[in-house]
Design a protein around this ligand. Structure first.
Ligand SMILES: *Cc1c(COP(=O)(O)O)cnc(C)c1O
Length: 383
């Protein structure tokens, strides 16, 4: 089956427990399930452990990423926090230096507190093999990175982690499984903030872990049922519904992003445009090799902080809000929003200055979006 079909039908298996013919998977809004008699179960005991709506969603996501199993969490951060429970005090993980701000906050404050040391490296350029110590258990990356759009060669890194017998974890939120499948390139775990492209409508939080082995699946199933951060039935249904249109949304938002990136490149007050679909640009060749598209995330730098703030205040159609990957175009100020908790020296080193804006192209009409950005930039009071 092709990708678009999987988005609608998953692996083609219908949920066996429903015999009404319901085309949309029902929302099993129940906390618990009655048992026929002592020692017997329908297979469903308690919704922290099993819920048919969540299970259907997990099947679809596993299918889209080509994984053995997928687990649905109440948010992307809940997924990453549960994943960190795989590690024990004394373990080390290597992470890329440009990550989602919430992940940096988790690693710096919670993971470290639990005795797991986190080594930061630039996985797009540094020699990672040399950094892997005896106690290193995993390498954790995003590609393209948030927000600086650095691209990391997944297959090359997987070769190293495989050789060393450690896990490669890839947060695939930015490209979604429609454009990139890290497991097929050698990664062991894929992370998603399902709040973003998978859900796609800025109306629900969700997170996923997708794994390539039964062993990892068992360990993580034990963790999710124990820590209790599984996705609620209604939110599972919203994300299932969102995924049905993932391919058409990804295509349209990418088209818009390409048009917006071109416009931004032509704007004299825009000093840098980071988009991995710019031919000859940083990361273009690797993205072409390992992904099927460039996505719809654009980071750009403007000539002054005042202009950045003016744009945030002046956009009308585009909303100034955190998050990404929805049908609505959003603009974000990583410096004080998504990446505020990244230590300042690291933020500056990565290029996340007070002149940097991040845009997530939605699926509105490109001309309307460009008109909105242009009126915001052109209305700058002279400084
Ligand atoms: C948003 C995001 C997360 C966190 O997900 P939530 O659903 O907001 O908890 C993790 N990684 C990336 C790349 C993100 O964009």
């Amino acid at each position: 089956m092709q990708f678009s079909t999987k988005c609608i039908h998953g692996d083609g298996q219908r949920f066996a427990g429903d015999n009404t013919g319901a085309v949309s998977v029902p929302i099993y809004q129940t906390a618990t399930y009655a048992h026929p008699e002592a020692g017997k179960s329908t297979g469903y005991d308690y919704s922290r452990l099993q819920n048919p709506t969540r299970e259907q969603l997990e099947k679809v996501v596993a299918c889209l990423e080509g994984g053995v199993d997928a687990l649905a969490f109440s948010s992307g951060m809940a997924a990453i926090a549960a994943l960190m429970e795989l590690f024990s005090p004394g373990d080390n993980i290597i992470c890329d230096c440009d990550l989602y701000g919430g992940t940096v906050r988790l690693f710096d404050n919670i993971t470290s507190k639990n005795g797991v040391t986190v080594t930061r490296a630039d996985c797009s350029s540094q020699d990672i093999a040399g950094l892997i110590a005896k106690n290193t258990r995993a390498v954790y990356i995003e590609t393209p990175t948030n927000p600086m759009m650095n691209v990391i060669d997944i297959a090359a890194l997987a070769k190293i982690t495989r050789q060393k017998g450690i896990l490669l974890i890839v947060d695939n939120t930015f490209l979604s499984p429609y454009f990139q499948n890290p497991l097929s390139l050698g990664a062991d775990v894929v992370v998603h903030s399902g709040t973003k492209f998978l859900g796609g409508h800025n109306d629900a939080l969700a997170g996923f872990l997708v794994v390539n082995s039964n062993e990892l699946s068992e360990k993580l199933r034990f963790i999710i049922k124990t820590v209790g951060s599984g996705l609620a039935p209604f939110d599972s249904w919203l994300v299932l519904r969102g995924i049905k249109t993932l391919p058409v949304r990804m295509e349209k938002s990418q088209q818009n992003a390409i048009a917006i990136a071109k416009y931004l490149q032509s704007e004299s007050k825009v000093t840098k445009v980071y988009y991995c679909g710019i031919e000859g640009g940083k990361g273009y060749e690797i993205t072409k090799r390992q992904a099927r598209g460039f996505g719809s995330m654009i980071t750009f730098e403007v000539e002054s902080r005042a202009l950045a703030l003016h744009i945030l205040k002046s956009v009308k159609l585009i909303r100034f809000a955190e998050s990404l990957g929805g049908v609505e175009t959003l603009i974000t100020y990583p410096f004080t929003q998504t990446h505020a908790d990244v230590p300042e020296d690291l933020r500056i080193k990565n290029g996340i200055t007070d002149r940097v804006l991040r845009l997530s192209a939605g699926i509105e009409d490109a001309a309307d979006l460009i008109f909105d950005l242009k009126q915001a930039i052109d209305s700058t009071p002279s400084l």
